[in-house]
Design a protein around this ligand. Structure first.
Ligand SMILES: Nc1ncnc2c1ncn2[C@@H]1O[C@H](COP(=O)(O)OP(=O)(O)OP(=O)(O)O)[C@@H](O)[C@H]1O
Ligand SMILES: [Mg+2]
Length: 268
């Protein structure tokens, strides 16, 4: 059971690129992903932005193999993301939008679950890994707490710490900075960037957080209504020329906007 070769250095060297190839997804009669094509390079931080309901989480779940395409394919390196065997070949961690922690387990046991189940190292090794991940996220004092005792932002940090313990070669984050105050949001951005620097882990980050994307992404894709609307480097999105993209990235609050009229009417 023990792994004598275990070292505290996270991440097994290899990392993977991701190819999304003509991916379409229908739920019932509704098409939520429409012929998506993306190429995420190995070692890249790739941010996916888009309005609420545009299909970001569904896309991320396809990359994680948690949803199956209606047509098209997602590949992680040369492996089909939809093939259950791929999870044995690629260490993949998904930080869920809502944390997805086990409420009956302490923070410590939530983090220890994956290495225990996969018998990756003995309890001393697991403890070292868990405490290291908790310290990166400033969560040492929360180790014996239950998720119900944590704030939303703390749960989010625990979810990230749990992903780190999995020593991933591909890290998928769904809204890692939502529910966090600006300082903690900036800290999480730094952690994502530092992890990539130290380990070259490919990181795909779904986010509404423009600052996060502009500051840490190598490239950004914008998805509107299930379609990729634009892809480029952060600099391309600092002052976007296209009206629709500019409106999404830097919305101006205008009380005369018809959107507000609709909201007012809906309360009548
Ligand atoms: N399991 C499902 N069954 C049916 N429809 C679904 C399912 N999952 C997602 N959808 C629908 O797919 C669309 C895209 O959802 P998704 O969760 O990907 O949005 P999102 O871009 O992540 O939004 P947000 O920014 O609010 O998290 C939505 O219309 C949603 O209702
Ligand atoms: Mg989502």
């Amino acid at each position: 059971m023990s792994s004598p070769n275990y070292t505290a250095t996270p991440f097994a060297g290899k990392t993977f690129g991701v190819t999304v190839d003509h991916l379409t997804k229908k739920f019932g009669g509704v098409t939520v992903l429409k012929d998506i094509n993306l190429e995420v390079r190995a070692g890249e931080i790739f941010c996916i932005m888009g309005p609420s309901g545009s299909g970001k989480s569904v896309l991320l779940k396809h990359i994680a193999g948690l949803e199956l395409p209606t047509s098209g394919q997602v590949r992680i390196g040369d492996y089909d993301a939809a093939d259950p065997d791929t999870r044995d070949k690629v260490h993949l961690a998904l930080v869920f939008q809502a944390g997805a922690l086990f409420n009956s387990l302490t923070v410590y046991d939530n983090l220890a679950l994956y290495p225990r189940e996969h018998r990756q190292c003995n309890e001393a090794g697991i403890r070292e890994r868990v405490m290291h991940a908790l310290s990166i996220l400033s969560l040492e004092k929360a180790a014996q707490k239950y998720p119900s005792e944590l704030s939303g932002g703390m749960k989010k940090r625990v979810a990230i710490a749990r992903a780190l313990v999995m020593e991933p070669q591909l890290l998928l984050y769904d809204e890692p900075t939502s529910e966090l105050d600006p300082v903690m949001g900036a800290t999480i951005s730094e952690i994502i960037a530092t992890l990539r620097e130290q380990t070259a882990v490919t990181s795909i980050v779904v986010t509404h957080d423009r600052d996060l994307a502009i500051n840490i992404a190598d490239r950004i894709a914008i998805i509107f209504d299930g379609k990729i609307r634009a892809t480029g480097k952060p600099a391309d999105f600092r002052e976007p020329k296209e009206r629709e993209i500019a409106d999404f990235l830097t919305p101006v609050i205008d009380l005369k906007n018809p959107r507000f009229k609709q909201l007012e009417n809906s309360h009548e």
